[in-house]
Design a protein around this ligand. Sequence first.
Ligand SMILES: Cc1ncc(COP(=O)(O)O)c(C=O)c1O
Length: 418
Amino acid sequence: MSVSLLAQNLHGSEIIKIAGEINELKRQGQNIANLTIGDFDSNIYPIPDQLKKGIIEAYGDNHTNYPPADGMLNLRESVSAFLKSRYELDYAPNHILVSGGSRPLIYSIYKAIVDPGDRVIFPTPSWNNNHYCDLTCAEAIIVETRAEHNFMPTADEIRPHIKGAALLALCSPLNPTGTMFSKKDLEEICDLVIAENKTRKAGEKPLYILYDQIYSQLTFGHHEHFNPVSLRPELKDVVIFVDGASKCFASTGVRVGWGFGPAHVINHMKAIVGHIGAWAPKAEQVAMAKFLKNDVDVDSYLTKLKGNIQNSLTTLYDGFQQLKSEGFNVDAIEPMGAIYLTVKVDYSGKTTPDGKVLKTATDINFYLIKEAKVAFVPFSAFGTGEDVNWFRVSVGASTLQDIVALIPRIKGALGKLK
Ligand SMILES: Cc1ncc(COP(=O)(O)O)c(C=O)c1O
């Protein structure tokens, strides 16, 4: 039976396909370390206690009806204060939109800005921009990034595509790489957007920036998070931020996201989120409003979460560096933020013990799943070519002990390749 062209052409998640393979092996009794999902195991990383209590209390108080379309005012006030204290950003509650996690914000930004056929520029690897382009019938303009530049895009790479584009979608710290913009690189991109917008006539749609900083509270060591508006305040009218609780409070299932930006865009996003009914549940909003105000609890939760995630990432990074120093064809980029490590496993063209030649990153991944009992996600799931032998490793669903144990298994599996 025929369905819409859009439905026919929409691709499912590549990561879910890998999950299917892992589940099949698990059904056969195998124990696979699943480092594929951009999520947390809630038994290893539970949500903040005070947030959990607040949600239960809010249900006890019968906060179970529709929330306001743009989110509870007290939550938007808490977010406003959070943005001021954590980023020095000034956004009043009417410049903030709450939704059921941050995905509806991204969709509504695309819908509020992009007309069918408009050009949307985004780097690869990156998370889901291809799907949002499909959903809005946008022309996807893909900027391929380089390992030598931590897979972050540069102004020089974006420049050839910028004339007349409608949206530039950026993310830092980046899913899938766990790397971040340097101040200089982001400044150069901001200046490019400012210069492009100066060439547009009054009344013409400007080039907007979607700035996804959902991992910005999860940064490590000396790595500092930068945003376009703090660096170039004149961009405030064209930058729409995506943010929320999913990652920094390990609350992916709680579904509270917040976006902020110019009121003329936020108001349209509010109408779109309202029509699809993608609000955050009211009780969760009530609890999040209270939790965000409590700096002591927020800080102690973040310190612990960041410490544990950084420990896992660094252990894995050191393990890969050790394998590299032993002559294995692997590499890793220093972890900077988020819950991801970028690793290279460059074994295409090699033959497995049962005589199969590994041709693509997907082949290498499935070999590691079967032989080392560990699953990563090839960057091809984030829009790169199949010849790119780099992978995302997510540590949110594994204990440190699991991570320590998998390095020898990887070493054993790679050692069997000819
Ligand atoms: C960069 C980025 N933005 C947004 C999201 C979506 O978050 P949420 O679960 O709040 O919808 C994710 C989830 O993986 C992400 O990695």
